[in-house]
Design a binder for this molecule. Structure first.
Ligand SMILES: *[C@@H]1O[C@H](CO)[C@@H](O)[C@H](O)[C@H]1NC(C)=O
Ligand SMILES: *[C@@H]1O[C@H](CO)[C@@H](O)[C@H](O)[C@H]1NC(C)=O
Ligand SMILES: *[C@@H]1O[C@H](CO)[C@@H](O)[C@H](O)[C@H]1NC(C)=O
Ligand SMILES: *[C@@H]1O[C@H](CO)[C@@H](O)[C@H](O)[C@H]1NC(C)=O
Ligand SMILES: *[C@@H]1O[C@H](CO)[C@@H](O)[C@H](O)[C@H]1NC(C)=O
Ligand SMILES: *[C@@H]1O[C@H](CO)[C@@H](O)[C@H](O)[C@H]1NC(C)=O
Length: 349
């Protein structure tokens, strides 16, 4: 009799042995309810709760691999800035002397503007046992326009197989142009020569978006395994829908995107401008510096992926000035000058 009663309850969706407050976040939002982080409780709604979760993607999770801020500050910043120099080796010599440039690749990546190019380079470091692909960020108003117009005109498409979501065609196409303009051959050569090296993917702004795309592509075609990649990008735009962010987040343990204070770019586009309906998401893991990013400044490791949390909790005063400065250095200007050791002149005013 009791057994029948329990079965009856279960058939109604009532689980007598699990009160709703003992559900975890994932099961809670999976059942259509809301999870309150501070109270560790599940409910249909909360009267007072400051961090509410309603998407599985955002259930609090610590990154599987720790964020290495020294690595980001000393290696990834210089690698990203180096892409603003026609000869990235100048930056490498000044900042990462063991790192050697392999090839620079530049392609015309716009049919609409005469002065829009996409730029990436490969490098390798036999001391740190790493191969690098780094991409330059957007280099002017026409490239920004071209990207935004491409997002609006072409929208999102599926590239990486079933269940991997969709990303902007204009971002994928820009990556593919560089890939076919021999980053493909360059990487295969370096991988053949240094098969056991890690692959570091890197870039600022558009360069970060291209790194997300590269990691996804390499995994899909089986050229690199996610566990052999380190992805640290600065200020990437959002490139994908919910399913992409969920797939990417579960695939790449070592992927961090760094957001400086009120930088507008990594917070946009909020929705796909082609349809005005699909909500866009950053994948895991956001690192947010709500300061100048000077040495010893604090940062937040965001346990939610992308919602009204961490950097997205702030919506007022977003700007482009914070986009240009990471770790208190003017990324493009420092790179153009060859990343000199004395960084005093590149600090944010
Ligand atoms: C849970 O939801 C019910 C019904 O909406 C509400 O009355 C109650 O106050 C909520 N509990 C909390 C802790 O917010
Ligand atoms: C890039 O290609 C477009 C046509 O596809 C052309 O109009 C433009 O001039 C080219 N830009 C450069 C820098 O060659
Ligand atoms: C999306 O919104 C923008 C700005 O409001 C508008 O110009 C555009 O036509 C809209 N596009 C679609 C597909 O609804
Ligand atoms: C940062 O912290 C280290 C170790 O605590 C200290 O030696 C250094 O002086 C600090 N630097 C700055 C600029 O605050
Ligand atoms: C970086 O420096 C360049 C050259 O001085 C300047 O044009 C640019 O505005 C600076 N970036 C920002 C975000 O201030
Ligand atoms: C570093 O550069 C600043 C100005 O850019 C200059 O005033 C200062 O003397 C330089 N410091 C050293 C140690 O060269």
């Amino acid at each position: 009799m009791i057994v029948l009663f329990l079965l009856f309850l279960i058939s109604l969706g009532i689980y007598p042995f699990t009160s709703s407050s003992s559900l975890d976040c994932s099961n809670c939002v999976g059942s259509g309810q809301v999870w309150c982080v501070e109270q560790s409780q599940c409910n249909s709604s909360f009267v007072s709760c400051s961090t509410k979760i309603s998407l599985q993607l955002n259930c609090p999770t610590k990154p599987k691999v720790p964020y290495d801020e020294h690595f980001a500050r000393t290696q990834m910043l210089a690698l990203a800035s180096a892409s603003h120099n026609a000869n990235p080796q100048l930056c490498l010599d000044n900042q990462i002397p063991t790192m050697k440039l392999y090839k620079v690749r530049t392609v015309n990546c716009s049919t609409d503007y005469p002065d829009v190019a996409c730029y990436g380079y490969t490098a390798y470091d036999v001391t740190q046992k790493a191969i690098v692909i780094s991409y330059r960020g957007s280099h002017g108003p026409n490239q920004n326009n071209q990207i935004l117009e491409g997002m609006t005109r072409d929208g999102l498409h599926s590239y990486f197989g079933k269940g991997t979501g969709k990303i902007f065609k204009v971002i994928y196409d820009s990556f593919m142009l560089l890939w076919n303009d021999r980053i493909n051959q360059d990487l295969r050569y370096l991988k053949y020569k240094y098969p056991d090296f890690e692959l570091w993917l890197n870039g600022h702004s558009l360069g970060g978006a291209l790194s997300y795309t590269t990691a996804s592509y390499l995994t899909t075609v089986g050229l690199y395994k996610p566990e052999n990649m380190k992805i640290i990008v600065l200020a990437p735009t959002k490139i994908g829908d919910y399913d992409f962010a969920a797939w990417y987040s579960s695939t790449f343990s070592y992927s961090f995107h760094i957001i400086h204070r009120l930088d507008l770019i990594p917070r946009v586009p909020a929705i796909d401008p082609h349809t005005n309906t699909t909500v866009m998401f950053q994948p895991r893991t956001e690192i947010w510096y709500n300061n100048y990013m000077r040495l010893n400044d604090t940062y937040q490791i965001c346990e939610e992926a992308d919602g009204d949390y961490c950097s997205d909790a702030v919506t007022e005063g977003l700007n482009m000035n914070d986009h240009g400065f990471y770790f208190d250095i003017n990324i493009s200007n420092w790179g153009k000058d060859g990343c000199p050791k004395n960084t005093t002149g590149y600090a944010q005013p």
